[in-house]
Design a protein around this ligand. Structure first.
Ligand SMILES: *Cc1c(COP(=O)(O)O)cnc(C)c1O
Length: 376
């Protein structure tokens, strides 16, 4: 069976984890955490990034930093992972879902403004499949209405929008290093601060409400409990795993991109015949080969394709069930405007196997199996 995903492993992960153990520093903020954060700061041109225990907790920090209070409204797409919503629900926010664009599956920026009320406090956007949403337009709307924008770039590590790295383009950016993402540390993530304005608060929330980070920088002579906080910092063992992957960033990126490009090229004849639809990458976006999806005619055809591929030994999977139709979505939110694309497009979308090290023969088998479904 060809797996849908295999967690990335490049070879040096265990060696670096051993170093962390030998140095007797396996808690948070050790040498590997610092190396990873510095790598991101330099590479993405930002003043501060902090590793977190997950993409979910990075989003929780972003919701805290956005000062979300009970009763506030947050606008977000319904086509996303529940973590995008959970972070705001935890703060007592009401969710306001808006429709997506069918071309990128990202929030439809033209539907945001009509969803704003006097209770709206923030917009949470998602860069689906590592392809940016229309960020400039969204930031302009947020500025006009005084809203905070949280970028869920869980899938967007290493992608660009108008030449700028995803995760750095809004008020707060969140990455995930879950084992299903391009780079992994098992469970983990990072929050990106594009400016230093919220640095002190971010450090306090991350370190159980203490000013411990200031203490280590020598800015205070003892550390103390100064505000609410939690424990959002991962073990340095996980960071050691991630460091091995950051060192091989190009290798992982190129390997995934090869598979993505091969799928795109090989499946084009089916798209030309109108049998499937392929992903659209807007001109201003450079993606990171996080995901390769195709769209079938409808839910029935997609189910048939999943069955057919499974019979051929290929695991292909669908993706999000729109949040507004889930029990928690009904409880915590409402859909603003009409659901023209969210449900319809989500029912047609199918993700093909794509991971670092996917063998060429397996990739070709995926392709021929998709062709086989259409009797080709
Ligand atoms: C993976 C993912 C998350 C959650 O990340 P975890 O590290 O698994 O907590 C959140 N949002 C999106 C869009 C994701 O793809």
């Amino acid at each position: 069976m060809i797996d849908f995903n295999i967690p990335p492993f490049t070879g040096k992960e265990l060696e670096y984890m051993k170093i962390a153990v030998a140095d007797k520093k396996i808690c948070g903020d050790g040498q590997f955490t610092k190396k990873c954060q510095q790598w991101m700061n330099e590479r993405f041109g930002v003043p501060a990034t902090y590793l977190t225990t997950s993409g979910t907790t990075a989003l929780e920090m972003a919701a805290l930093l956005s000062n979300i209070e009970p009763g506030d409204e947050v606008i977000l797409p319904s086509y996303t992972f529940c973590s995008t919503a959970d972070a705001f629900v935890q703060r007592g926010a009401k969710l306001v879902f808006v429709d997506i664009r069918p071309d990128t599956m990202n929030i439809d920026e033209t539907k945001i403004e009509q969803a704003i009320t006097e209770k709206t406090r923030a917009i949470a956007v998602v860069d689906y499949a590592g392809v940016a949403c229309e960020i400039d337009t969204i930031m302009a709307i947020a500025k006009k209405h005084g809203l905070s924008v949280v970028e869920d770039a869980a899938q967007g590590f290493g992608s660009f929008y108008k030449g700028r790295p995803l995760g750095t383009l809004c008020d707060f950016g969140c990455y995930s290093f879950h084992e299903t993402k391009n780079l992994s540390m098992g469970e983990g993530g990072a929050i990106v601060l594009p400016t230093l304005e919220h640095r002190d608060r971010a450090e306090i929330y991350r370190e159980k409400g203490t000013d411990r980070s200031k203490f280590f920088r020598g800015q205070v002579d003892k550390y103390t409990w100064v505000d609410y906080g939690s424990s959002y910092l991962p073990s340095d063992l996980n960071a050691a795993y991630l460091w091995a992957q950051l060192e091989c960033y190009e290798t992982i990126y190129n390997d995934r991109m090869n598979t993505w490009n091969r799928y795109h090229e090989a499946l084009r004849p089916l798209a030309d015949e109108g049998l499937i639809e392929q992903p659209t990458i807007p001109d201003e976006c450079v993606h990171n080969a996080h995901m390769y999806y195709i769209k079938l005619k409808d839910l029935n055809e997609r189910s048939a394709m999943i069955r057919h591929l499974r019979e051929c030994g290929v695991l292909a999977v669908f993706h999000y069930i729109p949040l507004h139709s889930a029990p928690a979505g009904l409880k915590f939110g409402r859909f603003d405007g009409e659901d023209v694309y969210t449900t319809k497009e989500s029912e047609r979308l199918l993700r093909l196997p794509l991971y670092f090290g996917l063998a060429e023969k397996d990739r070709e088998k995926v392709i021929s199996s998709v062709f086989g479904f259409f009797g080709k």
